[in-house]
Design a protein around this ligand. Structure first.
Ligand SMILES: NC(=O)C1=CN([C@@H]2O[C@H](COP(=O)(O)OP(=O)(O)OC[C@H]3O[C@@H](n4cnc5c(N)ncnc54)[C@H](O)[C@@H]3O)[C@@H](O)[C@H]2O)C=CC1
Ligand SMILES: C[N+](C)(C)CC(=O)CC(=O)[O-]
Length: 337
């Protein structure tokens, strides 16, 4: 791959190819961050749908803060895929999740985009190795997996394929950060990446329970929104479970509840919980906790749950006394702290 024509910080023009739920969400995100965006989508009603999506997202984007000069007017609709990427400095592909389509579209984008420009696919599960087979320059093709909606959910998982240049992965990771995303750069390919692999495990169990009449869809959804989901918004499943071990942390939690991995709660094959896995879990949780004690983490978790309850309207927003003596309701969660 020739080196990228510009640094991630210098990017001004982004192309979004495929403008449905995710491509449209990317368009809204990049516009809000002050980029010029060119979009292309073959559907006859794509432009109208895209402009509607951006208009609907804009009030939320205004609330969380627009970049200087950001405007929906900086969106251009291209007539052809080649025109969309002709002078792009970064390309985000969000076409339907069909392997053959992705393969040929990525080859088309590679042929039309300026040399060296990084092209990212939003695929939610295909390894790039399987998608880059037809491109003349596979070195610049990466996965940039977003979460719906990409203009509000920060995470992007970035990973290359076997023929991707390491510099392209590094460039894309830096670019997404500059563009306001929270990035996990994966060193090796995994089908489903990290988050979807986790989500799919949960999803698979949910489908088993519904199919067997063991739980209703509402019970499954409530079990997450009224339970673990409240914690997951600010503390991941590993550190959360370390707190289930009390002062003994993850070590005690595994000794206490580890054997239940083998119980028939799950429809999935459980991994062997050997000493190596145990040590990796304990070490990973210690690292995530950093200098924070269990007691500090407990306090942080509790405050986080309260904040989420407020933010989701299950608790009234805190009222503060203004200098005028009138009680004001703060407009954001941050104001409440
Ligand atoms: N929906 C979701 O929650 C998420 C989806 N993704 C990924 O994003 C990609 C797009 O998915 P969605 O936006 O959900 O699908 P969608 O069906 O909403 O949008 C796909 C768009 O691609 C267009 N399209 C059809 N053929 C095309 C072609 N040859 N070239 C360019 N565009 C074409 C369609 O007209 C449509 O507007 C997929 O790879 C999917 O796995 C990633 C994260 C989340
Ligand atoms: C449903 N999905 C697998 C396409 C979801 C994702 O890929 C990420 C998300 O938004 O949760």
């Amino acid at each position: 791959m020739p080196s990228s024509p510009c640094a991630p910080e210098e990017v001004r023009r982004v192309a979004c190819v495929g403008a449905g739920v995710i491509g449209g969400g990317w368009v809204a995100h990049f516009l809000a961050r002050g980029y010029d965006v060119t979009a292309w989508d073959p559907a006859p009603d794509a432009e109208e749908k895209l402009r509607r999506l951006v208009a609907a997202a804009w009030p939320a984007l205004e609330q969380i803060g627009l970049a200087d000069g950001a405007s929906p007017d900086r969106l251009t609709i291209a007539a052809t895929v080649a025109e969309a990427v002709a002078d792009a400095q970064f390309v985000q592909e969000s076409a339907p999740e069909k392997l053959e389509l992705k393969r040929s579209l990525l080859a088309q984008l590679d042929a039309a985009a300026p040399p060296g420009v990084v092209i990212a696919s939003s695929t939610s599960g295909y390894p790039m190795t399987d998608m880059q087979t037809e491109a003349a320059d596979p070195g610049r093709l990466v996965v940039g997996h977003p979460f719906n909606p990409p203009y509000l959910i920060p995470l992007v998982e970035v990973v290359g394929g076997k023929r991707t240049d390491a510099a392209a992965v590094e460039w894309a990771s830096r670019f997404y950060k500059v563009a306001g995303k929270s990035v996990i750069t994966m060193e090796r390919e995994l089908p489903g990446f990290i988050a979807n692999r986790l989500q799919e495990a949960l999803w698979r169990e949910a489908l088993h329970m519904v199919a067997n009449g063991e739980a209703t869809v509402k019970e499954i959804d409530d079990s997450i929104t009224e339970g673990p989901g409240l914690r997951w918004a600010f503390m991941g499943p590993c550190l959360t479970f370390a707190l289930a071990g009390g002062d003994g942390g993850m070590g005690h939690m595994l000794d206490h509840f580890g054997p239940s991995l083998k119980s028939p709660w799950t429809r999935l094959e459980a991994p062997e919980l050997d000493d190596t896995l145990r040590a990796a879990m304990v070490d990973g949780c210690d690292e995530a906790a950093g200098s924070r004690t269990i007691a500090q983490l407990v306090a942080e978790r509790d405050q986080g749950v309260i904040d989420v309850l407020r933010a989701t309207g299950r608790l009234p927003r805190q009222r503060t006394e203004g200098t005028d003596g009138i009680a004001h309701t703060p407009s954001t969660m941050g104001d409440e702290k």
